[in-house]
Design a protein around this ligand. Structure first.
Ligand code: MRU
Length: 350
């Protein structure tokens, strides 16, 4: 897979593969300002929790660069821009984590010059970027061990290289299994309305030569009933202290159906996707997106003019439907409140 998040030192810009146009066009979107970063996050030029986190980290650096040319107190100006990035999308905890991490560095640096702070921030953004790929590879290793030769793995949305800095979380598990010599194939639920499954998961797996079939979201029950699915592996935007996993809308339904047919349902995500400050999935803010994503296919409106729609972008899957949470530190098993506490006791720094 092409590296879809690239920092260019020549341009001093973040260059993103524009996921709105995949798989038809490989266009690149250049971010130089906070507004560019926030636009890219909101319209989903870049999406997927870890990729959002990496983008936000570079975004903080670019915000600082922008502030250098502004009138007034740089600290006040910079705080306002960090708030803007922090609030670009509400559900993925990785976005908040990245902005908080940059704020922590700033606070620890004390009375630092903006120039010096930017140097440190750029280094840290690069570390987060590279570190994300390493975490995904470990998730792939641990998750791959849970897959069997010949498995067909269903996934929902895109938790692949395009949703991370590379390799992927749920698709990292698929790649890990393949790296371990297992022959596995994937069913990608198409994932209405933004079609992350049909467009992005199919795009990146097909490009890598991994066997993939796209299915309508509403085919899930029949496919499982017919024995065509061995495991489900999905990513997460936020996992709460009790192990509930908030992921793309429709994931909850897939988990309920998998439970009905005794198919193991796994969630793959790095430790920093676990938000121990939020108790349960019901406490997580669910993004309510532009209705046009539901009402329109291209320029064509489907429901009659004047009819309203729901476009809630995520849902929480309760922990009792989850067979295991695959992290870069190993696999967590129920009861999750305890296994998550232990994870944070063993790795307080994340
Ligand atoms: O709205 P999106 O496309 O950002 O939602 C993405 C998902 O729900 C992914 O499954 C999740 O972020 C995990 S990505 C490794």
């Amino acid at each position: 897979m092409t590296e879809h998040i690239q920092y260019s030192s020549e341009k001093d810009a973040l260059i993103l593969l524009d996921q709105r146009f995949l798989p038809n066009r490989e266009d690149w979107f250049e971010c130089k300002t906070t507004d560019d970063i926030c636009f890219a996050l909101v319209v989903m030029v870049v999406r997927g929790a870890p990729a959002i986190g990496v983008t936000a980290a570079y975004g903080c650096y670019l915000a600082g660069r922008e502030v250098q040319g502004m009138d007034g107190d740089w600290k006040v100006n910079l705080e306002a821009k960090l708030d803007q990035i922090h609030d670009a999308r509400p559900t993925a905890v990785n976005l908040r984590w990245a902005v908080r991490e940059m704020r922590r560095i700033w606070k620890e640096a004390g009375d630092v010059s903006l120039e010096k702070l930017l140097e440190t921030w750029l280094e840290r953004a690069k570390e987060i970027h590279v570190g994300d790929i390493e975490m995904c590879e470990l998730i792939g290793k641990f998750g791959g061990e849970l897959m069997d030769d010949g498995d067909t793995i269903m996934t929902h949305c895109n938790a692949g290289a395009l949703a991370t800095a590379g390799y992927g979380t749920a698709l990292g598990v698929v790649r890990g299994a393949i790296d371990q010599g297992k022959k596995v194939s994937v069913i990608a639920n198409e994932t209405r309305p933004f079609l992350q499954g049909a467009r992005l998961t199919a795009y990146e797996l097909h490009k890598d030569g991994v066997p993939v079939k796209v299915a309508c979201d509403n085919a899930c029950a029949l496919l499982m009933k017919r024995g065509l699915v061995d495991k489900v592996v999905v990513g997460a935007d936020r996992i709460t202290a009790n192990g509930d996993a908030v992921n793309k809308i429709g994931t909850f339904g897939v988990a309920i159906i998998a439970d009905r047919f005794n198919i193991p349902f796994y969630v793959a995500a790095p430790q920093y996707t676990i938000d121990t400050e939020t108790l349960s999935g019901d406490d997580v803010p669910i993004e309510d997106r532009d209705p046009r994503e539901v009402t329109h296919i291209g320029d064509h409106r489907i429901p009659p003019e004047g009819v309203e729609v729901y476009n809630l972008a995520f849902d929480p899957t309760p922990n009792d439907l989850i067979a295991g949470i695959i992290t870069e530190k190993g696999v967590l098993y129920p009861p999750y409140t305890e296994s998550i506490k232990k994870l944070f006791a063993d790795y307080p720094e994340g």
